[in-house]
Design a protein around this ligand. Structure first.
Ligand code: GLU
Length: 584
């Protein structure tokens, strides 16, 4: 038997691309040959021919250039890139505009600073992807770059951290292919913030408003309206240091004392005027999930974020437009302390039509955070969305300051490009109707390729044996209409009667040509010994279930495998007879 040249070329192409991408664009012929034989030892029998083919393919691959090699590998064998998911998005990453003043810094330091009050969703994952994309971009430019993960969990009461969220967020990031060089958790750093608060007071950059002092919390509030400073604002730092120590000694209750960062009492934006840097939280009543009731003086987000961005040497902050006022607020701490503020880029809001992207709203739905109905990364992952699709969408939206609106279809289109080549195709019918077909002249066999574009994956055969020239198959309720149809790869029939979930038909012909001539639609069918299946599908925030039958070879599909039910959509197998609908 001769060699199947196309098949050998395909195997050789895969290994040549993997090898070339790994070694800077040049595949090593010997290494590729041994991989090809390892994949199919049977080919050794035709070693000479196979080596000749491999040599040709290696030469072709080596003349492509690294960019093209990567692209092709990503398109055909994305799994070969394994962990290095970012690879496929090199182009999107290259297209990101350079960061401001990037030549001023020896190391570009970026951070992702989620509040672990919920898991990541399409909105909150965006800064993670964008910041990490810059780390990759600069590393590839031969620069030193660092990416920090920092959990901002200093609000034990209102935006209360969710204990499972810390690990769930790490898991989300790993899934996205994001690796962090350092990790910090702010609730471990309260001592640092207290020390910095003292320094800020000493420098005249902060004061305390306390119920038993010459500036009560109410006086401070009034000063923001009248523009007239309250007494402590201009008092000697020793007065405020003493009050701050009193705060730390657990003397005050909630709301009775606050540390205030001095800004500009006449600032046009009232929220920027002298803002709260630290407040008392009764952690006996609202224990922090990590440090319990150990602390009762907690920095606000704006306070700890400024301190940490400085101490961690963050050079560039890429955050959403919704933080632009925070950037202004934070600038006052930097000025008081004599620190340079990181270069900050605010990207526009991202709206996804029909999707809720507010943590508080998502939480209030009372659905598990990994439910397939939610746009959380865990929900999308369970649904069958690939991390690369999320990367694509985020890189397309980029860092532009203008708001962007996308539809779920944009995400699905990216996902489809990724899963279509991987997903083998199977026949399934929803709301099955049994069709009794008369006049079938003899045994018929359908030969169905696993994937028409990848003949090397093989095919399966389904043979239908008539009894008294009669056979039974199932078709989808939607397709059960009178007229001539082609049962895919099997035969053409004329449906003559439909009653509920029973139909009668007559054999018409076998060949595809006749079906084309008659304009007969090609429909899915399954044989009598098919398997009952259920497909769970998301409709808005509702979960609906489709019941159907799938061809018996569905049993060979592994759990978690993504396949396509032809003319229905892509699904992920989650149980022996259970599937989740991804998209069409
Ligand atoms: N913890 C903030 C957030 O989750 C970080 C944003 C920022 O400072 O850039 O929105």
């Amino acid at each position: 038997m001769g060699v199947d040249v196309n098949r050998v070329r395909e195997i050789a192409l895969k290994h040549a691309l993997i090898n070339a991408v790994k070694y800077g664009g040049k595949a090593d012929e010997k290494a590729v040959i041994s991989k090809v034989f390892a994949e199919d030892p049977g080919l050794r029998r035709e070693a000479r021919t196979v080596v000749g083919i491999v040599r040709e393919v290696v030469n072709e691959v080596n003349s492509m250039g690294l960019e093209k090699q990567r692209e092709l590998l990503m398109a055909k064998w994305p799994e070969a890139l394994g962990e290095r998911k970012v690879e496929g998005y090199r182009k999107g990453i290259e297209d990101l505009p350079p960061l401001p003043n990037d030549d001023k810094y020896e190391v570009i330091i970026l951070r992702f600073a989620p509040n672990p009050d919920f898991v990541l969703h399409l909105g909150s994952a965006r800064p993670a992807i964008i910041n990490y994309a810059y780390k990759v971009k600069y590393t590839e430019l031969g620069r030193r770059a660092k990416f920090i993960l920092r959990f901002e969990d200093t609000d034990p009461k209102i935006k209360r951290p969710m204990p499972e969220a810390y690990e769930a967020i790490r898991e989300d990031l790993r899934w996205l292919g994001i690796k962090w060089d350092e990790e910090y958790i702010q609730s471990d750093r309260l001592g640092i913030y207290y020390e910095m608060a003292r320094e800020l007071i000493k420098r005249g950059g902060a004061y305390v408003a306390a119920k038993d002092s010459r500036c009560t919390p109410d006086d401070w509030k009034k000063s923001k309206i009248t523009g007239k400073p309250c007494y402590n604002r201009d008092a000697d730092p020793s007065v405020n240091l003493e009050l701050f120590d009193k705060m730390l000694s657990n003397y005050y209750g909630e709301g009775e004392a606050v540390l205030i960062v001095k800004t500009d009492l006449n600032h046009p934006d009232p929220s920027v005027r002298d803002w709260v840097g630290m407040r008392i939280v009764n952690t006996e009543k609202n224990p922090h999930p990590r440090v319990g009731s150990k602390y009762f003086v907690w920095p606000t987000y704006n306070f700890s974020v400024s301190i940490d961005d400085h101490l961690m040497g963050v050079t560039h902050v890429l955050r959403g437009q919704e933080h632009s006022v925070n950037t202004v607020k934070q600038s006052f701490i930097f000025r008081h302390m004599g620190w340079g503020q990181p270069e900050t880029i605010h990207f526009g809001r991202l709206k996804i039509v029909g999707m809720v992207l507010s943590k508080s709203k998502l939480k209030s739905l009372g659905i598990g955070w990994d439910d397939i109905r939610l746009p959380t990364l865990a929900g999308l992952r369970n649904r069958g969305i690939q991390p690369e699709a999320i990367w694509s969408v985020m890189l397309q939206v980029g860092v532009k300051p203008t708001d962007a609106t996308i539809t779920p279809d944009n995400l699905f289109a990216e996902n489809r490009k990724l899963i279509e080549p991987r997903a083998n195709r199977y026949m399934a019918v929803i709301n099955p109707v049994r069709v009794t077909i008369e006049g079938v002249p003899g045994e018929v066999t359908a030969r169905i390729p696993m994937h028409p574009s990848y003949p090397e994956r093989g095919f399966r055969e389904i043979t239908i044996k008539p009894i008294n020239n009669t056979v039974e198959v199932y078709i989808s309720g939607n397709d059960a209409k009178k007229g001539i149809v082609r049962l895919m790869e099997l035969m053409n029939i004329e449906i003559t009667e439909v009653h509920g979930n029973e139909a009668r038909a007559r054999f018409h012909s076998r060949d595809l040509e006749s079906a084309r001539r008659l304009n007969a639609p090609i429909i899915q069918w399954v044989p009598r010994d098919s398997v009952q299946i259920t497909v769970r599908r998301v409709e808005g925030l509702r979960l609906v279930s489709d019941a159907g039958l799938a061809e018996p070879s569905i049993g060979n599909v592994g759990i978690n495998e993504i396949i396509q039910f032809m003319r229905y959509g892509f699904v992920r197998k989650v149980g022996s007879n259970e599937f989740i609908y991804i998209h069409d």
